[in-house]
Design a protein around this ligand. Structure first.
Ligand SMILES: O=C(O)CCC(=O)C(=O)O
Length: 272
């Protein structure tokens, strides 16, 4: 059955996403993959001020885990994806929101053989945003087998807990202890409903900012290039986290609880 307000998204998909906080979208971004890949090449040749700090160099000498974010306004291929792809419309449908604002882009490249593990975490405590209406699209630009794909815990977006954000290099993002410690998920995997899929370029995993997720290292001979596109909906307000968030958005002067309104976060849906 199709949802008439958002013909690109099946009602079942919306219901699954609302209930489980994670859903596989097959082939929704296929026409965008070559241009996103070209944007990632440009970015890796010329990272932003954040690229150097975010990239993790494994101690075992294996390949780096390249990361960078907030580059859509300087990489034309990313800007085109934000404003012209169906992502905003799909995000609004999943979030059950009248509007979709672009929050930021995040590029995550696990180069061939790179051993860096993405630790279990959820994104909302890293971000300067409160609210329930949000979604990230994890979009691989290379085929990704199940064992190196994103792993998510179904239903964890509905847990009351918020866990302490840890940088992917293992250090704590904030000095305070406002958030709980992450439980030992890998040590008790049978207790959690963990889902991961093999993906082709063009597929995406949609997941909520509160959905717990992580990924293994890339033991394969191929790079695992990912473009993550993050969206917020009608209920998004500014969150003062008591420390510098990730991304930091130093230009923002909003107070805690104010609507997240800024040219940094363009409203892309509905189309003006
Ligand atoms: O790609 C990864 O390894 C992790 C992705 C992630 O944490 C995210 O997109 O929020």
């Amino acid at each position: 059955m199709q949802n008439h307000q958002h013909p690109r998204v099946e009602l079942d998909t919306i219901n699954t996403w609302q209930a489980e906080g994670v859903v596989l979208l097959k082939g929704v971004f296929t026409p965008w993959i070559d241009s996103l890949a070209s944007g990632v090449s440009t970015l890796m040749a010329n990272p932003s001020q954040y690229g150097h700090a975010r990239t993790v160099i494994p101690k075992d000498g294996s390949a780096p885990f390249f990361q960078d974010y907030c580059n859509w306004s300087r990489i034309p291929e990313f800007e085109a994806f934000v404003f012209q792809s169906p992502a905003a419309e799909i995000a609004a449908a999943l979030m059950k929101s009248q509007t979709a604002k672009f929050f930021h882009d995040h590029v995550l490249v696990k180069q061939a053989g790179g051993s860096t593990i993405t630790p279990w975490h959820h994104d909302q405590p890293y971000y300067c945003v409160h609210g329930q209406q949000n979604v990230s699209f994890w979009i691989p630009l290379d085929p990704v087998s199940e064992d190196i794909s994103l792993r998510c815990i179904r239903g964890s977006h509905l847990w009351n807990d918020e866990f302490s954000p840890t940088r992917f290099n293992g250090t704590q993002l904030y000095q305070h202890k406002r958030f709980k410690d992450m439980p030992d998920i890998d040590g008790h995997q049978d207790k959690y409903d963990i889902v991961n899929w093999a993906l082709e370029p063009g597929d995406a995993v949609a997941f909520h900012f509160r959905t717990l997720h992580g990924a293994r290292g890339n033991h394969t001979a191929n790079s695992r290039r990912v473009f993550s596109a993050r969206w917020v909906g009608d209920d998004a307000t500014f969150a003062d986290r008591g420390g510098v968030t990730s991304p930091p958005f130093p230009e923002l002067t909003l107070q805690d609880g104010e609507p997240l309104v800024s040219p940094l976060f363009p409203e892309v849906w509905p189309i003006k």
